[in-house]
Write a protein that binds this ligand. Structure first.
Ligand SMILES: [Zn+2]
Length: 206
C-alpha cells in the first residue's frame, strides 16, 4: 500500500495492529476519523488513554474494575462460598447476563496454552489456590470454554487443589463443544450453571 502521507501511513499502521483489522479496514477507519470533527478523535484517544492509565484489576477476583474491589466482590448479596472460575471479563459478563448465578468469580486471565507460550504462572492460579486454602470457599465451578486448553487448565487447577477441603464442579457441557462461553445464549448458559456436574464426573466421561 503506497501512501502520499507519512502521518496517514503511521495511523493506518497502528490501527492495523488491532486484531481483525487489516490494512484496508484500517485505512477506511482512519479516513473516516479525518472526515469527522476533531473532537471525535480526541474523545476516542482520551477514552483509550484513561483506559490504559486508570484501569484496575479487582484484588479479590482479578476482574477488570474501576475500583480496588469490584462491585460483585463487594456486594453483600453474593454467596461468598461459591466461586466460578473463568477466563476473562467477557465470561463474567455472559454469566451475569443469565441472572442465574449469585456467587463470586475468579478471573484467570487466560488458559494454559503451551502453543501460545502461556503457562500456569502467567495466570492467576496461584492466588486462586491461596484463596481456597483460607477455607471460605465451599465450591469452585469451572466455566472455561470446552477446548483442549480449557480442559488442560481445569485439570491443572483440580490437581493443585488435591487435599484441600473444596468441592469442584463444571458447567454442564450442553453448550456446544468448542464454542467460547461468551457466545452461548443466555438461557443455555444459565441452565448449564444451574445443572452443573461434579468435576470428577466430567473426567470419567472423557
Ligand atoms: Zn472482584
Amino acid at each position: 500500500m503506497e501512501f502520499s502521507s507519512k502521518l496517514l501511513e503511521n495511523a493506518v499502521y497502528e490501527m492495523s495492529q488491532l486484531p481483525g483489522i487489516g490494512k484496508r479496514t484500517a485505512l477506511r477507519l482512519v479516513l473516516h476519523l479525518l472526515k469527522r470533527p476533531t473532537e471525535q478523535t480526541q474523545k476516542l484517544t482520551l477514552a483509550l488513554d484513561h483506559l490504559r492509565n486508570d484501569i484496575k484489576f479487582c484484588t479479590n477476583c482479578h476482574n477488570i474494575s474501576d475500583v480496588e474491589v469490584c462491585e460483585i466482590c463487594a456486594s453483600p448479596r453474593r454467596d461468598r462460598s461459591l466461586v466460578c472460575v473463568v477466563e476473562d471479563i467477557r465470561d463474567v459478563m455472559a454469566i451475569e447476563n443469565t441472572s442465574q448465578y449469585k456467587g463470586l468469580y475468579h478471573v484467570l486471565g487466560g488458559k494454559i496454552s503451551p502453543m501460545e507460550g502461556v503457562g500456569p504462572q502467567d495466570l492467576t492460579i496461584g492466588p486462586l489456590v491461596e484463596k481456597v486454602k483460607k477455607g471460605e470457599i465451599k465450591e469452585l465451578i469451572f466455566a472455561l470454554s470446552s477446548t483442549m486448553e480449557g480442559d488442560t487448565t481445569n485439570f491443572y487447577i483440580y490437581k493443585q487443589l488435591e487435599g484441600l477441603d473444596v468441592n469442584t464442579s463444571t458447567i454442564a457441557r450442553g453448550i456446544s463443544v468448542g464454542d467460547e462461553l461468551e457466545y452461548a445464549d443466555e438461557v443455555t448458559l444459565g441452565r448449564s450453571i444451574v445443572n452443573r456436574i461434579p468435576f470428577e464426573n466430567s473426567l470419567k466421561a472423557n
